[in-house]
Design a protein around this ligand. Structure first.
Ligand code: R5P
Length: 316
């Protein structure tokens, strides 16, 4: 790779496996760095190799403990800045606080924007991330930001299946556009779950499924699964409307609480297909889970950014 002697990859503690796979694909060793804590729990980072003038990428995803991982990232970037790194790109497979992207209640923070400001303040020159919860979050960044999509990885997986009786199902109207892209690429019809909410305190009620799902293999795509509530509600509606089976897919498997177990126990779900933007701990590695790697996509993006060539082919 051109300029490879100046390309350096560092990783925080959040997702060592993904960082190793990215480094392996790029043929670049993981940068040496020590991360420790003082007795007062303050994080201490020391860069253990020369980075003067280097094009540095720091990989850190947003997984528990979320705030500690975020603080660790800021400190790594700060240490790199003081070590005279030439350019620093924060690589955030799952962007921290991505859900806090709007002021939909009085007197709340738009924390996703705050994180963008703090990354810049820490010394990040660029951001590389994947599937932001809402596309307009890109506007929060005052530094260049590239947003990858996991769609090619998911298409590739599902396109190998027999989808002659397949239908893509949006779990609610808000997700229709996102799912329509998948339907178009897989050459499948789209159905939409019509969910109504009567007031802030009332649970959403599934009124209808718009489109034909009877006897079909339904594929649901979402950007993330947190509690699993959205997906399970959609699956139950599909069962009521006589879908034959359901494949659930998302980019970011947050799987908070007992979400993984609840998905595993739902008989109508054949598989839960996710990517590895987040590490999956053993207790969440359920039988139905199929994890697809984003490492080579991130490695390609890092290579492209490093060479300064066009990245747009990766967004298609
Ligand atoms: C909603 O806008 C998102 O796309 C997901 O549907 C939602 O974040 C999933 O959350 P949960 O799994 O808690 O229902």
């Amino acid at each position: 790779m051109r300029n490879s002697k100046n390309l350096k990859i560092f990783a925080g503690s959040s997702h060592p496996k993904l960082a190793e796979e990215i480094c392996e694909t790029l043929g670049v060793p993981l940068g040496k760095m020590s991360i420790g804590k003082f007795s007062n729990e303050n994080i201490k980072v020391k860069i253990e190799e020369n980075v003067r003038g280097a094009d540095v990428f720091v990989i850190q995803t947003s997984c528990p403990p979320v705030n500690e991982m975020l603080m660790e990232l800021f400190i790594i970037i700060d240490a790199l800045k003081y070590a005279s790194a030439g350019r620093i790109t924060a690589v955030l497979p799952y962007y921290p606080y991505v859900r806090s992207d709007k002021k939909d209640e009085p007197r709340i923070s738009i924390t996703a924007r705050l994180v963008a400001d703090l990354l810049k303040a820490a010394g990040a020159d660029r951001i590389l991330t994947m599937n932001l919860h809402a596309p307009q979050i890109q506007g929060f960044f005052r530094i260049p930001a590239d947003q990858l999509t996991a769609a090619p990885i998911l298409y590739n997986y599902f396109s190998k299946m027999d989808l002659s009786d397949g239908v893509v199902v949006a779990p609610d109207v808000g997700r229709a556009k996102f799912n329509d892209i998948y339907a178009g690429r897989l050459g499948l019809p789209l159905a939409i779950i019509d969910k109504r909410r009567h007031g802030d305190d009332e649970a959403a009620e599934v009124r209808n499924v718009i489109g034909d799902v009877k006897g079909k293999r339904a594929l649901i795509f979402d950007d993330e699964i947190l509690t699993g509530g959205t997906i399970l509600e959609a699956v139950r509606a599909l069962k009521r409307f006589s879908a034959k089976s359901v494949y659930v897919s998302c980019v970011h498997p947050v799987l908070s609480g007992n979400a993984a177990q609840r998905l595993n126990e739902e008989e109508a779900i054949e598989e839960v297909v996710v990517t590895d933007t987040l590490p999956i701990p053993p207790e969440k590695s359920i039988d139905k889970l199929r994890v697809l790697s984003v490492a080579s996509l991130f490695a390609r993006a890092i290579g492209i950014i490093h060479r300064g060539t066009s990245i747009s082919a990766l967004f298609q």
